[in-house]
Structures are given as structure tokens and as C-alpha cells.
Design a protein around this ligand. Structure first.
Ligand code: HEC
Length: 156
């Protein structure tokens, strides 16, 4: 299979694993306000974007990352989300898309990886306490909120 490239093993295996780990805890806490990001937060979001997203969406977010041509479904141009939505940025829809936990796994998967589960897992680390899980869900949610806000700042 063509997709089983070095990209798949190096980057997407953890993501695929996290799909298996699939947790709903991140969607339970979404009370983060969509207030403007401070510069350091924006920098962290941009870093997350470069680490996790640019491989498919491209560093300019226009959908031409190095892996894009290997995908059956082309990655979306993320600078034109508002344009496609008729002019305003659909924050909640973008959050849900990136978090990925709403996706009906039984009905096949999207070409777009699920990030909520991965970010929760990274935040939990070794922790197993419910407090740790809650904190992890909040950290993951905040991280996705930041990313979504970042995407809003790059709309054309
Ligand atoms: C494995 C490749 C891949 C990676 C990595 C990836 N995406 Fe995607 N993404 C896609 C594909 C393919 C689509 C279009 C198909 C779909 O919507 O499911 C998409 C669609 C989207 C959409 C929907 C855009 C719209 O207007 O419909 C958003 C938002 C998005 N990605 C954000 C992200 C973010 C943020 C990251 C990093 C955390 C990321 N993506 C990482 C492949 C990827």
C-alpha cells in the first residue's frame, strides 16, 4: 500500500493508535472562550500546526503538504474556511472537525486524523487518576481551541 510510507509509520502511527484509544473526555469540557490569543499562545498554536498539520495541509495551510499527493481525499485549503462558510469563521464546526471525536467511527473514517484523542493522551502521560484525565481533556481542548483560533487568523 502506497500510504505505508515513512510518513505513515513515523507520524501517523501514534494517531492511528489514538483512534483505537478513542476517548470522549475531551468533548465534555469545551467552555474555553474564543477570545483572542496572546502572541505566545499563537506561537504555540503555530508550532502545533507545523508539527501535526502541515505535513498534509502544507506550511502555508493551502493543502499541499508533502503527504497530500498520497491521500485519496485532498487536504482542505485551511486559509479558505471562512470563504467556504460564506464569510464568517465557523469556530465550533472547525473545533469538532479537528477534535474528531464526533466522527461516527462505525461509518468509516475521514481522511482527516482525530486530534482530540492524541492530545488527551499526550497530556495524561502516565497519569491514571480521573483528575488527571479531566485535566488532560481540558489541556487537549485548550490546545485545539488555540489551533482553531490560529486557523481563524490565517483566513484570506
Ligand atoms: C493525514 C493528513 C492530514 C493531517 C495530518 C491533518 N489533516 Fe486536516 N484534513 C485532511 C483532509 C484529507 C481533509 C479533507 C477531508 C475532510 O474534511 O475530512 C482535512 C480537513 C481539515 C479541516 C476541514 C476544513 C474544511 O473547511 O472542511 C480542518 C479544519 C482541518 N483539516 C484541520 C487540521 C488541523 C488543525 C490539523 C493538525 C492538528 C490537520 N488538519 C491535520 C488531512 C489531514
Amino acid at each position: 500500500m502506497k500510504l505505508q510510507s515513512r510518513y505513515l509509520s513515523a507520524l501517523f502511527l501514534p494517531v492511528l493508535l489514538s483512534i483505537v484509544v478513542h476517548t470522549h473526555s475531551a468533548s465534555a469540557t469545551s467552555a474555553v472562550t474564543a477570545s483572542d490569543l496572546k502572541p505566545p499562545e499563537l506561537a504555540r498554536a503555530a508550532e502545533d500546526f507545523n508539527t501535526f498539520c502541515s505535513v498534509c495541509h502544507g506550511s502555508d495551510a493551502k493543502g499541499h503538504g508533502p503527504v497530500a499527493k498520497e491521500l485519496k481525499t485532498p487536504p482542505a485549503d485551511l486559509t479558505r474556511i471562512s470563504y467556504r462558510a460564506g464569510g464568517s469563521f465557523p469556530t465550533e464546526a472547525v473545533f469538532k472537525k479537528v477534535e474528531g471525536l464526533d466522527m461516527p467511527l462505525a461509518h468509516g473514517t475521514s481522511a482527516m486524523p482525530i486530534w482530540g484523542a492524541l492530545f488527551v493522551r499526550q497530556a495524561v502521560g502516565e497519569g491514571v487518576l480521573i483528575e488527571d484525565a479531566r485535566t488532560a481533556a481540558r489541556v487537549a481542548t485548550d490546545r485545539i481551541r488555540r489551533l482553531v483560533k490560529y486557523l481563524e487568523t490565517i483566513q484570506e
